[in-house]
Design a protein around this ligand. Structure first.
Ligand code: EPU
Length: 420
């Protein structure tokens, strides 16, 4: 079994570069299938999920290359593509569901294996389906597949999403840009990754107004063209490095960041007592004392991101004082707290609240990564625990963090990938 062996050894110091966002690039790759020809994506992270999405697109008939040295993916889309995403890929990566909107838009049909729940929650698809039905799709399930058909093509509609779901917004927007007529989509998610997707769609010829707001107005076009697009920086990876600097009382300069996408996160991190300077695409985060505990409440953007919630619990577990962490997106994300408790952390869960009491010190132990963010957070906790922490199920971390061990080592951490 592969594990990360982490030895707590003081402050992290140095420079690190953040790649493009996992939660954007996967959707941009899906969007590429809406245009025949070659789309090129740059600033692509070297992570497992990109490989899984590449495999999915290949099975649909696309040619996909991933050049890790130049962080570039090219997707060459043929005139006719397949319309089925099988369970073996969807179960590996839930984001496979993002080909749904593009496939119905392009082929008028899609058969996607149902992803089911996962380690962080039940994760419904009802909002995706309601939006697609409004655009003229018929949806039913059969033998574990969602069968989506638009026999008479897609037609623009007025849609109000029940909740600003990231995935539902993306699927409905991608379907609407190729629908006949106009659509208004209300209560959409406004995450920077959605803005990135809309900007790429516009470059492909889509007509979208209101990008970055909660109402999108779309004028359907008959066809999109391939494009070149640079993926927006990963604000979650950037936040993880910032939290690592604060927890270890270190000093890290993070390159390739878009600080304007991280305003609330940076405000909360400043509340810990850290000094944070941002200049253009660089963030410098330094800390010379024990951090202060800070309350957070996760919410859709511009609220505090759920994808930085476990890292903040790790930070609060060694902070001065106590903090209340409220999770509003994924009910099972607190599973991580039980793993952190193995390192001596004190987190009391009550429904979707977790009261974290700062401890003077954590103590190294074997722990299991329950998902990508939990895995990264356990490594951060291991960095400030005494002796050795082994984090298992590290494939979760490989899904979302490129060169994680190498980057940590460059910053002075004692971390290695080992077989145990
Ligand atoms: N929801 C429904 N019905 C739906 C859609 C969503 O009930 O039809 C619920 C979900 O169960 C959840 C909430 O709405 O409770 C939010 O889900 P959302 O659809 O916004 O999330 P997602 O698209 O499934 C993406 C990211 C997640 C990130 C969330 C929230 C990708 C591939 N995943 O998931 O990233 O936490 O948005 O920002 O983009 C991660 O990177 O670690 C990760 C989990």
């Amino acid at each position: 079994m592969e594990a990360f062996k982490v030895i707590g050894n003081g402050p992290l110091k140095g420079e690190v570069r953040v790649p493009g966002a996992k939660n954007s690039v996967l959707k941009l790759m899906a969007a590429a299938i809406m245009a025949e020809g070659k789309t090129t994506l740059t600033n692509v992270p070297d992570i497992l999920d990109v490989e899984i999405m590449a495999e999915l697109l290949r099975r649909l008939g696309c040619e996909v290359t991933h050049e890790t040295k130049t962080s570039t993916v090219t997707i060459t889309v043929p005139k006719v593509i397949g319309h089925k995403a099988d369970y073996d890929l969807v179960r590996k990566m839930r984001a496979s569901i993002s080909v749904l909107g593009p496939l119905v838009a392009r082929c008028g049909e899609a058969d996607i294996a149902m992803p089911g729940g996962d380690a962080i929650g039940s994760r419904g698809l009802d909002i995706h389906m309601q939006g697609l039905e409004k655009l003229g799709c018929h949806v039913h399930s059969e033998h574990g597949y969602l069968i989506v058909r638009a026999e008479n093509g897609l037609a623009g509609a007025n849609i109000a999403l029940d909740f600003p779901s990231v995935g539902a917004t993306e699927n409905v927007v991608m379907a609407a840009v190729l629908a006949k007529g106009n659509s208004t989509i209300d209560n959409v998610a406004r995450e920077p990754e959605i803005v990135d997707l809309c900007q790429m769609l516009v470059a492909m010829g889509a007509k979208i107004k209101g990008i970055g707001t909660s109402v999108l107005e779309i004028i359907g076009v008959p066809k999109l063209n391939p494009t070149n697009h640079n993926v927006v920086p990963d604000r979650i990876v950037a936040g993880t490095w910032a939290i690592a600097a604060i927890m270890t009382q270190g000093d890290i300069t993070i390159h390739g960041v878009k600080p304007s996408d991280m305003e609330l996160v940076l405000e909360k991190l400043r509340d810990t007592g850290a000094e944070i300077k941002s200049v253009e695409d660089r963030l410098n985060v330094s800390m010379n004392k024990k951090p202060k505990a800070v309350d957070i409440v996760t919410l859709p953007y511009p609220g505090f991101p759920t994808d930085l919630q476990p890292q903040m619990i790790a930070l609060n577990s060694i902070a001065e004082g106590s903090a209340m962490v409220t999770e509003n997106l994924f009910e099972a994300r607190f599973r991580f707290v039980n793993e952190l408790a193995r390192l001596g952390a004190d987190g009391k869960i009550n429904g979707h609240h977790c009261l974290v009491k700062g401890k003077n010190k954590l103590s190294g132990a074997p722990v299991e990564a329950t998902d990508v963010r939990a895995g990264a957070s356990l490594v951060l906790a291991g960095l400030v625990a005494d002796e050795v922490t082994y984090v298992t199920e590290v494939h979760h971390v490989d899904r979302g963090y490129d060169n994680f061990v190498e980057n940590l080592t460059n910053l002075g951490a004692k971390v290695e990938r080992v077989n145990i």
